[in-house]
Design a protein around this ligand. Structure first.
Ligand code: C2E
Ligand code: MG
Ligand code: MG
Ligand code: MG
Length: 289
C-alpha cells in the first residue's frame, strides 16, 4: 500500500514499513547534510514575455544529486523537507543560491528576475521576511530582482499568517506570485487581500489546452480574472507552439514550459541564452530546438 501524504509520526507506527517508506525516512534525515554537502543544485527555467518576445525571468527549481539514489526530483523530497522542518534551511539555501547566480549573470550583462519557490511552512513561522531582507542587503541587490512563488494551497493553509508575511515582503518591494493556481480551492475573499503581483495558471489546465474545451474556458477566464485583479499572468506547462499562440490570443502575459525550454543547469542556461538566436527562434516558432 502507499505511504504518500502520511505524516512521519504515522509512518513510524506502521508495523511493516515497506522499502519505499524506509527510503522516505532515510531521505528525510539526510536532507540537512545534503544541503551542507552541496548535493542540491538549482536548475533554471526561463519565463517568456509573450508580447515582448523576451525572456524576463527564470524560475529556480531544486534538484538533489543523491550519492546513492541518484537524481531526486523536488516533488519527492520537498514534502519530506516540509514535514521534517528542513524546508527552512532549504529555502534559505535556494534564495542565497539564486541571488548569487543573479549577481554572476549581472556581471555577464544578463539581467533576469529570479523566481524562487517557497512553501507554506516558510510563511507560517514569519521569519522569512527578515531573512529575505538580510539576504537582499548582503548581496546588495534591489528587491525587484527576486520573486517568491508560493502555491495557492500554501497561502490558504494559514491565510492570516500568510497575509502578514506576504505584506511584509511586499513592503520590502519583493515580487510575489501565486503558483499552481486553480488547484488549491482558494477563497476569493482571502485572495483579493493578498499583495500579489503574478498569478501562475497550473500546468494541468495548460498541458491539454489544444484538445480540452473546458481547459480553454478555465484558462481564458483565469487570465481575465487575474488582469481584473491587476496581476500579470503566467501559463506553466507550455509544450507546443499551438498552445503558445492560444495563450497569446487570450492575452496571457508570460509563458513557461518545455516548448520554450526545460529547466537547465546554470551552465546549460548560459549556452542556451542568446538574445539574438532566441528572437529568431521565437519568430519562427521553433524555440524547442
Ligand atoms: P512548480 O513551482 O509549479 O514548478 C513547475 C514544475 O513544472 C517544475 O517541476 C517544472 O520542471 C515543470 N514543468 C515546467 N514546464 C513544464 C512543461 O512544459 N511540461 C511539464 N509536464 N512540466 C513542466 P519540478 O522542477 O519537478 O518541480 C516540482 C515542484 O517542486 C515545483 O512546482 C515546486 O512546487 C516544487 N519546488 C521546486 N523547487 C523548489 C524549491 O526550491 N523550494 C520549494 N519550496 N519548492 C520547490
Ligand atoms: Mg513555481
Ligand atoms: Mg506551478
Ligand atoms: Mg507544481
Amino acid at each position: 500500500h502507499t505511504c504518500k501524504d502520511k505524516h512521519v509520526h504515522y509512518l513510524c507506527y506502521q508495523p511493516s514499513l515497506n522499502k519505499h517508506s524506509l527510503l522516505r525516512l532515510s531521505l528525510m534525515s539526510e536532507l540537512r547534510a545534503a544541503i551542507l554537502d552541496n548535493q542540491l543544485e538549482l536548475f533554471y527555467q526561463p519565463k517568456l514575455d509573450i508580447e515582448q518576445q523576451k525572456i524576463v525571468s527564470v524560475e529556480c527549481l531544486v534538484r538533489w544529486h543523491h550519492p546513492e539514489h541518484g537524481f531526486i526530483q523536488p516533488d519527492e523530497f520537498i514534502p519530506l523537507a516540509e514535514q521534517s522542518g528542513h524546508i527552512r534551511a532549504l529555502t534559505e539555501w535556494a534564495i542565497k543560491t539564486a541571488l548569487a547566480q543573479h549577481k554572476s549573470w549581472l556581471k555577464q550583462g544578463i539581467e533576469l528576475q529570479m523566481a524562487v519557490n517557497i512553501s507554506a511552512v516558510d510563511l507560517i513561522d514569519l521569519k522569512l521576511p527578515a531573512l529575505v531582507a538580510q539576504l537582499m542587503s548582503s548581496h546588495g541587490l534591489s528587491p525587484h530582482s527576486l520573486k517568491l512563488e508560493v502555491t495557492e494551497s500554501a497561502v490558504m493553509a494559514e491565510p492570516d499568517q500568510a497575509l502578514q508575511a506576504l505584506c511584509m515582503l511586499n513592503q520590502m518591494g519583493i515580487k510575489l506570485s501565486i503558483d499552481d493556481f486553480g488547484t488549491g480551492f482558494s477563497s476569493m475573499a482571502q485572495l483579493k487581500k493578498m499583495p500579489l503581483d503574478e498569478l501562475k495558471i497550473d500546468k494541468s489546465f495548460v498541458l491539454d489546452l489544444n484538445n480540452d474545451e473546458d481547459d480553454e474556458v478555465i484558462v481564458k477566464s483565469t487570465v481575465e480574472l487575474a488582469h481584473n485583479l491587476g496581476l500579470s499572468v503566467v501559463a506553466e506547462g507550455v509544450e507546443d507552439l499551438l498552445t503558445l499562440n492560444k495563450l497569446k490570443g487570450f492575452g496571457c502575459d508570460i509563458a513557461q514550459g518545455y516548448f520554450i525550454a526545460k529547466p537547465m543547469t546554470a551552465e546549460n542556461f548560459i549556452a542556451w541564452w542568446d538574445p539574438v538566436r532566441l528572437q529568431q527562434l521565437i519568430s519562427h516558432g521553433a524555440l524547442h530546438d
